[in-house]
Design a protein around this ligand. Structure first.
Ligand code: ARG
Length: 594
């Protein structure tokens, strides 16, 4: 469906043309003086320069022409040359009436759907997920859903860190603890056990122990490095052990992501890129882009206009080992080959920005991608505690994601059972607390601009008031409850549930609610243009506020005028559908009651 603001812009452009001015000046925006008008056009000010006329004169002439259109309640030219616009109430309600019957709720699919690979999550195998991984998962999932909602083909890849030193550390530590396992016996040719020699909790203990040991014990560190090299060269026993580590770890990761309502199409990792490295490096050398510098292989990626230094990309170290950048480049080769993407998006901590600048430039320079492939780095800031420092446990350790989720759910549970209005049983309360808790966690993150650091404040995020997930859910639940009561009313008087048309708004709060509802397609497209879920949050927060203002001054169910009541029911049902659509894009859902 055409956007409401575009319909207004087109009529305004027509008026500019009719008055003898270039329609390019007819850009209409949402009013920044909502006390005066709903929309505004400042084009006469710009046109004044071209036509050497007073802006107010131009505005007045355009307004004359605009007054002929039926879609405005009023248009005014005001000093120094603004055009203030108030939409006709019937025009707005008929827009909603169309929207209500559109199964895409007015959101058109992209005219040119793209194939997009989105790289997010990025957990490291065998290390527990910590809150640092939370942001990537939450933001990435929402960006993926946004793209899909607009009709793009978006492929989510978790891009596991599964090939680094952590693997060598675990192998070396296990070799010390359980030297008799067949994995360490080089002469062993039989089949390795199908069961892993550790559980997930053991694995999570083994890695930090080994990591600590390697910092204190050089001989141990040597062993770990050697084990990593052997693994990468393909030593049979180590590969088998690596597979066990992967299995145990990935099973646990999937469980955790499921709790977050995050899911990936691809569970590929750094290891999957390894076969692509050799041929890629050969090509880079052959084409003359990669050259040797003090034994290492590098590609220059600095550009003349660089404001800050962009160091060369190191492709191979002097001992021939590949690096993080090498793996990311080879992964690009693999993605291009397998999915032919138009765009690749990365959702990673903003401290890795330089790495991605180098990687993107190197991929372009060396011709690994076609010139029109787009790269996008969505760098996010740090999640801090109330003290402004990176979020930690009370004991000062790294907070595990599982613990964080549990803390929020407990807090939510307390609030829900404290809520006197609650009628449902306590078992339900647990489930509801999980659903509402997830909204608190995700909305708390997503409502901030991704690139900014933010303070994780459990009290604030779990509040039913203010700009929070629970407030949005509370609003949806309130609408569901009105609709439920309406259904009961109809049943009691043996009337069918009707499907009344949305008619012209009765008052200002109702019109405001209608206008905001009508902006859903605009809000989603704007958010997608900047890959910015926080814009969707801002949109639904305003929508929820507008609904609640309307609700507080309207007695919907006791309204005697049937047409009015039916219209309100249809309107609030539409508001609920939009809110639910939006939170689905954000990656959470609403319970039936709370
Ligand atoms: N595993 C990495 C980390 O924990 C993040 C991976 C991000 N994605 C990528 N393609 N480099 O820092």
């Amino acid at each position: 469906m055409k956007k409401l603001i575009d319909e207004i812009s087109e009529v305004t452009a027509e008026a500019f043309r009719a008055a003898g001015y270039d329609p390019k000046y007819a850009r209409v925006t949402i009013s920044n003086r909502p006390d005066l008008c709903e929309y505004q056009c400042n084009g006469a000010l710009a046109a004044a320069k071209e036509y050497h006329k007073a802006p107010l004169m131009i505005a007045e002439a355009v307004v004359e022409a605009m007054k002929k259109a039926a879609i405005f309640q009023s248009v005014d030219a005001v000093k120094p040359g603004f055009i203030n616009i108030i939409a006709d109430p019937g025009f707005v309600s008929s827009y909603l009436e169309k929207m209500r019957h559109d199964d895409r709720l007015s959101v058109d699919p992209a005219a040119h759907p793209e194939t997009i690979v989105i790289d997010y999550g990025g957990p490291n195998v065998a290390k527990p997920l910590h809150v640092g991984h939370l942001r990537s998962a939450v933001i990435g999932e929402s960006v993926k859903r946004m793209g899909r909602r607009l009709g793009h083909r978006v492929i989510g890849d978790v891009h596991l860190g599964d090939w680094g030193l952590q693997m060598g550390l675990i192998i070396a530590e296990l070799a010390e603890r359980k030297p008799n396992l067949p994995y360490f016996d080089e002469s062993f040719t039989g089949e390795y056990p199908s069961e892993a020699p550790f559980t997930i909790s053991e694995l999570e203990e083994i890695y930090p122990t080994a990591s600590k040991k390697s910092k204190e014990d050089d001989a141990f560190k040597e062993k770990a490095l050697e084990a990593t090299a052997q693994l990468q060269k393909g030593r049979r026993g180590y590969r088998a052990l690596w597979k066990q580590i992967m299995n145990v770890s990935v099973t646990d990761l999937k469980k955790n992501y499921e709790k977050l309502n995050v899911s990936f199409d691809l569970w590929k990792g750094e290891s999957d890129a390894q076969p692509y490295i050799g041929p890629m490096v050969e090509k880079m050398k052959k084409d003359g882009y990669a050259y040797e510098d003090q034994g290492a292989l590098i590609v220059d990626v600095a550009e003349p206009d660089d404001q800050k230094e962009v160091p060369p990309c190191m492709i191979l170290k002097s001992d021939g080992a590949s690096l993080y950048t090498t793996t990311d480049l080879a992964t690009i080769v693999q993605r291009v080959q397998d999915y032919h993407p138009d765009e690749i998006i990365y959702v990673v901590d903003k401290r890795q920005e330089m790495h991605f600048i180098q990687t993107f430039r190197c991929a372009r320079k060396c011709g690994l991608v076609s010139p029109d492939l787009k790269f996008k780095f969505i760098g996010f800031g740090t999640m801090n505690g109330k003290d402004g420092k990176p979020f930690k446990t009370r004991e000062g350790g790294v907070m595990r994601l599982e613990t964080l989720i549990r803390d929020i759910d407990d807090e939510m549970y307390k609030k829900i059972v404290d809520n006197e209005n609650r009628s449902s049983a306590n078992e339900d309360a647990r489930e509801t607390a999980g659903t509402v808790g997830l909204s608190a966690l995700k909305y708390g993150d997503l409502s901030n601009q991704a690139s900014k650091d933010y303070v994780f404040d459990v009290d604030r995020f779990t509040s039913f008031e203010g700009n929070t997930g629970p407030y949005i859910l509370y609003t949806i639940v309130r609408i569901k409850s009105i609709l439920g009561k309406y259904r009961d009313q109809q049943a009691a008087s043996q009337q069918a549930e009707s499907d009344g048309a949305i008619i012209s708004p009765a008052g200002d709060p109702e019109k405001k609610l209608m206008l905001q509802t009508a902006r859903w397609n605009e809000a989603l497209e704007d958010a997608w243009a900047d890959y910015a879920p926080h814009r969707i949050c801002a949109y639904i927060y305003e929508l929820a506020n507008d609904f609640n203002s309307f609700y507080h001054e309207t007695k919907i169910l006791s309204e005697k005028d049937e047409a009015k009541k039916e219209s309100w029911i249809s309107l609030i049902r539409l508001v609920k559908d939009v809110l639910e659509d939006a939170i689905d894009v954000l990656g959470f859902s609403a319970p039936d009651r709370m």
